[in-house]
Design a protein around this ligand. Structure first.
Ligand code: SF4
Length: 340
């Protein structure tokens, strides 16, 4: 792994218009992603986590320009994706791929697996017909499927096998980065670990970078080198995976982690119960967006947005009181409100 960022996202913002009234005028905006910045290095996995609706999938789709960004930049190997024309964007698809949660929806049910997997070679004019067939057979073997699978249709496979087909299609053109958008969330736990191990093997073989988007923090821990935590469209903390699980600093990260079940029945962990509902992304709270649910919130949190502070090359945090909170270990819902 080199230290040069393969991908650098700067202040990426995506707002969706909300339409209403007789003439369907724009009456507001959903602030799905606001001022999101992070880097991904070659060969590393960045886990992007948060509750559903926090904007993590929108980040994945916007950086690929499946959604047009409202503002911000996405540099891939130094080139700004947001400024690329359609032709350049099409050729970039060789280097950046995406795997979706539901492989069944993303695979054309009327095409054989062979045709689905040959499609990237056809689009990018790679190889002759015979070479493409050989490449398809090789791809299937690489993801642990028999080459005879090429003659069958997606509905003939299990969910895990279909996700393997989705992965085979994603690696067909030897990309440098894959966005895995809740790629294992719909699978059984045992199948999840097989698919994750496959992704890790491919990552090692191909020096692939992965952005692994998931709401399940236990899964993210297993696969990630670093983790970025999102809340209501913003990144609130980034850190090396082990470190964030051992010593989370942001109150929201601490609450998320406290909800992960511990496999050891004799061990216990104080659970941080978040009060209130997730606020509307159409009218996000002033100041720190987490203040309506944070037991540490003070007046400054309500009035002033915390700037995400870089602690070191891997870690950053957006919280006015993180240093005080970090010293408060074993926090629980009953004691956190009195700790500041
Ligand atoms: Fe809580 Fe304030 Fe930190 Fe936001 S800035 S997480 S409200 S303590």
């Amino acid at each position: 792994m080199t230290d040069d960022p393969l991908l650098r996202i700067e202040k990426l913002t995506k707002h969706f218009p909300v339409r209403g009234g007789l003439f369907l005028r724009t009456v507001g905006h959903v602030h799905a992603v606001d001022d999101v910045s992070f880097e991904v290095r070659q060969g590393e996995t960045l886990g992007l986590v948060g509750e559903s609706g926090c904007g993590k999938s929108t980040v994945g789709k916007t950086l690929l320009r499946l959604y047009e960004p409202t503002s911000g930049s996405v540099f891939f190997e130094g080139e700004d994706i947001t400024q690329m024309d359609r032709k350049r964007l099409r050729s970039l698809r060789k280097d950046i791929q995406i795997i979706f949660q539901d492989p069944f929806e993303s695979l054309n049910a009327r095409h054989t697996v062979g045709k689905i997997l040959a499609e990237p070679f056809v689009i990018h004019k790679v190889g002759t017909l015979e070479e493409r067939q050989q490449r398809v057979a090789h791809l299937l073997e690489r993801v642990g499927l028999d080459s005879s699978a090429a003659n069958r249709f997606p509905h003939e496979f299990s969910g895990g096998q279909r996700q393997r087909i989705g992965i085979a299609r994603a690696i067909a053109l030897e990309p440098k980065l894959i966005v895995c958008d809740e790629a294992v969330s719909a699978l059984d736990v045992s199948v999840q670990s097989q698919v994750i191990n496959l992704l890790l093997d491919l990552q090692r073989e191909m020096n692939l970078a992965l952005i692994f988007i998931a709401h399940d923090l236990a899964v993210v821990k297993h696969i990630s080198d670093r983790v970025a935590v999102m809340y209501l469209g913003e990144i609130v903390e980034t850190e090396i995976a082990q470190e964030i699980y051992d010593a989370p600093k942001h109150p929201y990260t601490r609450a998320l982690l406290s909800a992960i079940p511990i496999p050891d029945p004799t061990a216990s962990r104080d659970r941080v119960i978040l009060s209130g509902d997730v606020p509307s992304p159409i009218t996000p709270p002033t100041g720190c967006r987490f203040h309506t649910r944070c037991a540490y919130a003070t007046a400054v949190c309500i009035n002033q947005k915390p700037i995400r502070e870089r602690i070191n090359d891997d870690a950053s945090i957006a919280c006015h009181h993180w240093e005080k909170i970090s010293n408060d270990r074993g926090v629980s819902s009953s004691n956190i409100s009195s700790s500041i």
